[in-house]
Design a binder for this molecule. Sequence first.
Ligand code: ZN
Length: 228
Amino acid sequence: MVDAVEAVDWDSFPGPADYYRPAAAREGLRSIARARGRLEAASAASRLAGGGIIHDHSGTVLPSAVSATPFLLQIAQTSDSAVQEAALELIEDALNFRPSPGFFRTQDEVRLCCAIADHVHVHRPALGRLGHRSRALISTAQEHWRIDIQETCDDGADLLAFGTVAGTVAGTPQAAELHTDSGIALLSTMTVEYPPVGGHGQICVRITDLKLPEFHPKATLYKADCGE
Ligand SMILES: [Zn+2]
């Protein structure tokens, strides 16, 4: 774990100069990976919260939080309860805090909150076994949904997109972001046509303002109105 933390170039992440401290990210993760008990957990967490992955005084989430989340999720599953609680709380703060202007997307142009939530979605089965605090984190992450589109068809009026969803998409019409190799398109209206049934995550959504020729078959939809 510590080697994996060292292998990340924390200096390479962008971030507001007055908040982001790459050394706090690196040293905070190294410390929390080794921490035992409440005191060590709190000390490591305070580094991470003081400009490592979030800046808690200003309520700011930093781009480094996205790469730190898989480490924290792993630590939460393998450490004592004090360390577990600290790790999960850091991720939840990162999800809830606001990004700084100009630093609200990853290099892949995904909003920080949605990218952090993606990691939580992947670990969801294991996290569900950890108890109350992890359930709160799972529930926060559910709001940041993504749909990986597998197939589309034009029903004569609109575009229907079939895919796999992680997170919970509200039933009401909403805006969405379509991410493809050629960039991001803002879709003004997306509606759930068939919600997922039985935990398989298959979903069908109706998109009203996109013509088929523009559509790229390898595409991901994200929630449009979060994290800015
Ligand atoms: Zn989000």
